[in-house]
Design a protein around this ligand. Structure first.
Ligand SMILES: [Zn+2]
Length: 120
């Protein structure tokens, strides 16, 4: 029986130790409080770090709702990948995200700094 997308999201979140496949920042699953409590930031600051199930091959291109086609990605990284008419490949999107983070042009820089400083 195929797994539901929400079960796949939770399973990949755990497999990735709660970190986004693209940006590497911690994500929250059910409630932003999961991060606000730990990092002392406002819920509005981490709204873009909600965990989503990202299809490596998009459903419209024939990608399946299957474990080998799903990664956990934050809402920001997932949404921005699919803003382009033709999304970048997962590898190229990840490279782009990492480069933009280094340039302070992805998540708010203060958040990136805070989360990296407290990374386990
Ligand atoms: Zn991300």
């Amino acid at each position: 029986m195929p797994k539901s997308i929400s079960k796949l999201r939770i399973a990949t979140y755990k497999r990735q130790q709660g970190r986004c496949f693209y940006c590497g920042l911690p994500m929250w699953l059910k409630n932003a409080d999961e991060l606000t409590a730990e990092y002392g930031v406002k819920a509005s600051t981490v709204v873009g770090l909600q965990c989503t199930a990202e299809h490596l091959v998009a459903r419209q291109d024939g990608g399946a709702n299957a474990a080998d086609n799903i990664v956990a990605a934050c809402k920001t990284c997932n949404g921005r990948r699919h803003r382009k008419a033709v999304p970048l490949s997962p590898e190229n999107h990840r490279r782009r995200v990492r480069a933009r983070i280094l340039g302070g042009k992805w998540h708010p820089q203060a958040l990136v700094q805070l989360l990296h400083d407290r990374a386990p």
